[in-house]
Design a protein around this ligand. Structure first.
Ligand code: GBE
Length: 500
């Protein structure tokens, strides 16, 4: 009897090992938020106005529920108590972003707001006192309004002003912050802000403003990286990276045309930023330069709508990231665009790809987000092959619903995506060193206001105290962090089990 038991245990140990990989011992886990989405305190103690303050206050009809981030999760007043919530979750790091306007009310570094420095100092000290590493993003979409008045990111001057801002951050916080992200999802805020008008400053500059924005941001990133390298790295010993967002782009069929459309889409959506920084040659992807130049000529422009880098800029930007920050949520299938589709100039007619999602993919509360776990693994393998297996930190991944506490669909999302991540690490040899759940708590979901919720904590936005309540997924994530494994059977006592 004992022998049989022994043999079955052994067998199980072997076969379970094959399916249930563990995260490597030094793998880092965290949760993320962004300043405008959680802080509130929009005009407290000297903070200046930014483009999201302006957009939500003057064009509230663009926000699904007409809401804004004036108070949001009130993290401006609750940062210290929130650290206890992070501690009980067991994260290695907390990814948050600095509000540029809270530090520099006018956007320029000649005037620093002491309360901004105080606020972040207190939060950083509290995190460190509780054994949690601060992982800081410098820019998560909230440009100071005065810089927008100068044209915002399409104005190349903003690159230098960003480097000045980065300098203030390194100088004040770099003694304690060792992990920096310059920008969150460049392609997304340039696209939303200057192509499709779906984010602040909601300007429609399709096929033009969007590339000017991206160009300034890449230059700004290069400057901020080199500044750290030359002035701070030796004494502070941290690292600086960038976060790029990408879905996976699957060809709609096996036809060579669709395969090419999907590859062009990923090069021009993701390679747009990844290629200048992570490829051996630097600069924009060749296919991107070639296509936009050709389309521009056909459309009667006297030069390409995609700006050119000088050779000094190419060299400054190439290799300017100590890790690859990746935000990933979902997948699309791409085919070639039919003749006459869309209105040029635009990013998508430039790319010549038409991407959409399958009707039977599991939905979320966000129209763009479908549950497609295998796309995550394919994207990680693509990055490995394309950019010589860089160290990847997954800086966001998560699922939206309407805020239910027994959030089985979010648990399903995390378990399935993390399983694919484990396969990418163990079977494909992808060099992934960390993972971040979006989000720590429900927050202001940009144009969707408070209607789409991504939190591990539920936040009651009708209660002035903004109480946070752990959802079922909070316990599941906590268990993953504690055991370094995905366990579909794990169910916290306080909830009825989910059926998967
Ligand atoms: C991240 O972006 C952001 O970094 C984070 O701030 C945000 O809260 C989180 O995702 C969840 O969205 O008309 O509905 O199709 C879609 C993820 C806009 C990438 C949403 C812009 C997803 C890119 C507009 N998308 N976002 S529409």
């Amino acid at each position: 009897m004992r022998l049989i038991l022994y043999i079955t245990t052994l067998l199980c140990a072997c076969s379970c090992y094959a399916q249930e990989y563990a995260f490597p011992p030094n793998f880092q886990f965290g949760v993320a938020t962004a300043a405008y989405q959680v802080e509130g305190g929009w005009n407290s103690s000297g903070k200046g106005e930014n483009i999201w303050d302006r957009l939500t206050h003057t064009r509230s009809e663009l926000i699904t529920d007409g809401s804004n981030g004036d108070i949001a999760c009130d993290t401006y007043n609750k940062a210290i108590e929130d650290v206890q919530l992070l501690k009980s979750l067991g994260v290695d790091f907390y990814r948050f972003s600095f509000s540029w306007s809270r530090i520099l009310p006018t956007g320029t570094a000649n005037k620093i707001n002491p309360d901004g420095i105080r606020y972040y100092n207190e939060m950083i000290d509290e995190l460190l006192a509780n054994g949690i590493k601060p992982f800081a993003t410098m820019y998560h979409w909230d440009l100071p309004q005065p810089l927008q008045e100068l044209g915002g990111w399409p104005n190349s001057v903003i690159a230098d002003l960003f480097a000045d801002y980065a300098n203030v951050l390194y100088e004040n916080f770099g003694d304690r912050i060792k992990d920096w992200i310059t920008f969150n999802e460049v392609g997304v805020f340039c696209g939303g802000g200057y192509e499709s008008a779906s984010m602040a400053p909601a300007y429609n500059g399709a096929g033009f403003g969007v590339y000017l924005c991206g160009h300034t941001v890449l230059r700004a990133h290069g400057k901020a990286y080199r500044l750290y390298e030359s002035k701070y790295k030796a004494s502070q010993g941290g690292r600086v990276g960038i976060t790029i967002d990408s879905g996976w782009y699957e060809p709609a069929s096996e036809s060579p045309v669709d395969i090419e459309a999907a590859e062009t889409a990923i090069q021009m959506g993701f390679g747009w930023f990844a290629h200048p920084i992570f490829s051996t040659d630097g600069d924009y992807p060749p296919v991107m330069k070639q296509r936009i130049a050709q389309k521009s000529a056909e459309e009667g422009f006297s030069r390409s709508r995609l700006p050119e880098f000088t050779s000094e800029e190419i060299a400054e930007i190439r290799g300017s990231s100590d890790f690859f920050g990746l935000n990933h949520y979902t997948t699309n299938r791409c085919t070639i665009i039919p003749d006459g589709w869309g209105t040029p100039p635009s990013q998508w007619t430039d790319a010549g790809a038409l991407c959409s999602q399958d009707a039977d993919w599991e939905p979320s509360a966000s129209s763009w987000l479908k549950v497609v776990p295998w796309g995550f693994r394919k994207l990680l393998v693509w990055i490995k092959n394309e950019y010589n297996n860089p160290e990847v930190v997954v800086t966001e991944n998560g699922f939206s619903d309407r805020g239910e506490l027994r959030d089985c669909r979010r648990i399903n999302y995390y378990n399935s995506y993390l399983e694919q991540l484990l396969k990418a690490i163990h079977e494909d040899g992808c060099n992934v060193s960390g993972y971040t759940a979006w989000s720590f708590m429900d927050n202001f979901e940009w144009m969707r206001g408070f209607t789409e919720r991504f939190g591990l904590y539920y936040v009651d936005f009708n209660d002035p105290n903004r109480p946070r309540t752990p959802k079922m997924s909070y316990y599941v994530y906590k268990n993953i962090l504690a055991t370094k494994r995905v366990d579909w059977k794990y169910s916290p006592d306080s909830f009825d089990e989910c059926e998967f």
